[in-house]
Design a protein around this ligand. Structure first.
Ligand SMILES: NC(=O)c1ccc[n+]([C@@H]2O[C@H](COP(=O)([O-])OP(=O)(O)OC[C@H]3O[C@@H](n4cnc5c(N)ncnc54)[C@H](O)[C@@H]3O)[C@@H](O)[C@H]2O)c1
Ligand SMILES: O=C(O)C[C@@H](O)C(=O)O
Ligand SMILES: [K+]
Ligand SMILES: [Mn+2]
Length: 349
């Protein structure tokens, strides 16, 4: 019997509405398997915790989380309680960095029966590989002076190590898919970092002669995600570009509520973290409107990560069958509640 210890952080807002159902689904799949068990350790870290304690998680928070095999997170952020940069850097981004989760994998694909803003999209199935530790998300910089003299400086950081690592991950992934990597660049406008990004991409691509490559500027690439998403397989991007592209990927699927993500620690020193792409959705909180599919698909990524691809495959099929039957939340054109969608997926398992 294998036991997977999960640190569970629902976080804020709809995190509390979508995480419990996904845990039930993981438990059901473990039961069906027979040789697998989940142990959940629950943590109440988030903006309410901050209001009470003045920090997003306690000083030994990371040490506690480190005892788990993976972190399963909902969403972080409630701007009415804590400024967004404080809440994200105090919890989500802190975990990503301290646990060296340097790769963020974010798939997007067509689901039968889901209303996409594209009308009738061709069959797209792509993965954004986002560099998850540096780039534009940097704490290097500061603000000084006041009023009309105020200035802000924010320096991007691109290391050869993390850049080539994200690219290598993308090439390896493409090798197991249709064999194509697109690099998201902006070397026409970002004078230092993006020509560097392009150089590293060329260098890494030499090691993978069997994988075909293209390089596209992020502005044109964003438009092309909307107009011709079927052209893409694996797209590798910097932290900020990957953040934005993965929301566009979610948008063309039909809703940001569907998209999953895996923050991977690939050196084996720390747990990886699984969370949907979406945030805490304060505008729909508490109304049963939250689409649970992003969180549940995230559970599939977790199962795959631990080598239970058979269970992951069963879960994806249950999601697909549920959506095909029209059992879905209003954001993708249905009239079912969070719980009804979750129950339908559970029943199919
Ligand atoms: N990884 C994370 O935890 C994460 C990601 C994005 C945003 N945030 C935080 O979340 C808060 C809100 O941010 P935002 O509004 O920019 O993004 P958001 O993803 O929370 O919401 C954007 C829009 O998508 C909708 N939406 C999101 N998830 C949905 C779901 N599961 N089902 C149905 N509709 C859904 C929301 O109702 C909203 O209209 C902020 O504090 C932000 O910093 C956190
Ligand atoms: O900017 C971030 O990484 C936070 C959030 O938008 C996300 O995509 O996880
Ligand atoms: K999230
Ligand atoms: Mn984002």
């Amino acid at each position: 019997m294998e036991t997977i210890r999960l640190a569970v952080i629902p976080g804020d807002g709809i995190g509390h509405e979508v995480v419990p159902g996904a845990l039930k689904i993981l438990e059901r799949l473990a039961e069906l398997h027979g040789g697998l068990k989940f142990e959940f350790e629950h943590y109440d870290y988030g903006c309410d915790y901050y209001l009470e304690h003045g920090e997003m998680m306690p000083e030994d928070g990371l040490e506690k989380l480190k005892e788990s095999d993976a972190v399963f997170l909902g969403a972080v952020g409630d701007v009415n309680k804590v400024p967004d940069h404080i809440s994200l850097w105090g919890l989500l981004i802190k975990i990503r960095r301290e646990f060296q989760q340097e790769i963020n994998v974010r798939p997007a694909k067509v689901f039968d029966g889901v209303r996409s803003p594209l009308g009738s999209p061709k069959d797209f199935d792509l993965v954004v590989v986002r560099e998850n530790s540096e780039g534009e998300y940097s704490s290097v910089g500061g603000r000084m002076f006041h009023e009309e003299h105020e200035i802000a400086i924010q320096s991007s950081v691109f290391s050869k190590r993390a850049t080539s690592q994200a690219m290598e991950y993308a090439f390896n992934l493409a090798g197991s898919r249709s064999g194509m990597v697109t690099s998201a660049t902006k070397s026409n406008g970002i004078y230092h970092a993006m020509p560097f990004w392009d150089d590293v991409f060329k260098e890494v691509s030499m090691e993978y002669p069997e994988v075909s490559t293209t390089s596209e500027h992020i502005d044109a690439l964003s438009a092309s995600f909307v107009t011709r998403p079927e052209r893409y397989d694996v797209v590798v991007a910097s932290n900020l570009f990957g953040d934005i592209l993965s929301d566009i990927g979610a948008g063309i699927m039909g809703s940001i509520g569907i998209a999953p993500s895996a923050n991977l620690n690939i050196n084996g020193k720390y747990p990886s973290m699984f969370e949907p792409v979406h945030g805490s959705a304060p505008d729909i909180v508490g109304r049963g409107l939250a689409n649970p599919v992003g969180q549940i698909w995230t559970a599939k990524m977790l199962l795959d990560h631990f080598g239970y691809e058979d269970l992951g495959g069963r879960l994806l099929k249950a999601i697909e069958d549920t959506l095909r039957e029209g059992i879905m939340t209003p954001d993708i054109g249905g009239n079912s509640s969070t719980e009804e969608v979750t129950a339908s997926i559970l029943e199919r398992l």
